[in-house]
Design a protein around this ligand. Structure first.
Ligand code: BTN
Length: 244
């Protein structure tokens, strides 16, 4: 059950806003950030009507079956690019804490269970002229979503992978704890190591846009280095990766 009272029991006095239904928690968190939301403030919804995904895609959050949260963070501008890795590590650890095996991260930030996507992460930076006001870290997790046949080939639910009984309010509390824990390691090599240790992409033949080749390594910015069949090394900072 997800409602304001249950969340208040889990989150205590932590600043949060809860909606039974909303367009997008990211949009609400951006508005709250512009209006002075503190670091760690979290927007939570039971259902999103216009949830947003990466690369302008739609992210579906049907009522009662998923997590849709957006957390306000205020990193230094040079640390902001690591927030998407931070989100992936936090969700991966949440999965591991539920006794789920085969948890991995597909570059850059798709958390997968047995190669299927369980979560999507959308960080959005908010600037006021040349000052970074903060970053909204949007996280959507499938808990017990009904997938059609096509989606079931690439997506998975937490509930399908753990023997534990799940409470969405409890999951949100634990996820927030993990995000705030790793927040204190932003810019530290420990976060990068925790991310890299779970990356399943290295050593695979991949395609990102026009670049095809062997995923060799990641650098301190989290960018992926791909070695093409011609022996050239290409650096990719973002994009959709296809495992060949
Ligand atoms: C992806 O495309 O993989 C990223 C999806 C991110 C979805 C989350 S759900 C909570 C937050 N609100 C949004 O509108 N999007 C993010």
């Amino acid at each position: 059950m997800l409602d304001k009272e249950t969340l208040a029991q889990v989150l205590g006095t932590h600043p949060f806003r809860y909606y039974d239904q909303i367009a997008s928690t990211n949009d609400e968190a951006v508005a709250w950030l512009k209006d002075g939301a503190p670091e760690g403030a979290i927007v939570i919804a039971d259902e999103q009507l216009r949830g947003r995904g990466r690369l302008g895609r739609i992210w579906h959050t049907p009522k009662g079956v998923a997590l849709a949260v957006s957390i306000v963070l205020k990193p230094l501008p040079q640390q902001a690019s690591h927030l998407s890795l931070l989100g992936a590590v936090a969700v991966a650890e949440l999965c591991e804490s539920l006794e789920i095996a085969q948890v991995g991260i597909k570059w850059p930030n798709d958390v997968q269970i047995g190669g299927k996507k369980v979560c999507g992460i959308l960080p959005e930076a908010v600037w006021q002229e040349d000052k970074l006001l903060g970053v909204v870290l949007g996280i959507g997790v499938n808990v017990h979503v009904s997938f059609d046949e096509t989606l079931a080939q690439t997506a998975i639910n937490l509930a399908d992978a753990t023997p534990q009984v799940l409470s969405r309010a409890g999951l949100i509390g634990r996820l927030l704890e993990k995000v705030l824990y790793w927040r204190s390691f932003l810019g530290d090599s420990l976060l990068l190591q925790a991310w890299q240790a779970r990356l399943t992409t290295l050593g695979q033949q991949v395609r990102v846009g026009d670049v095809v080749g062997l995923a060799r390594e990641v650098d301190v910015q989290g960018a992926l280095w791909i070695e093409t069949p011609q022996g050239k090394r290409e650096r990719v900072i973002a994009g959709d990766i296809e495992i060949q």
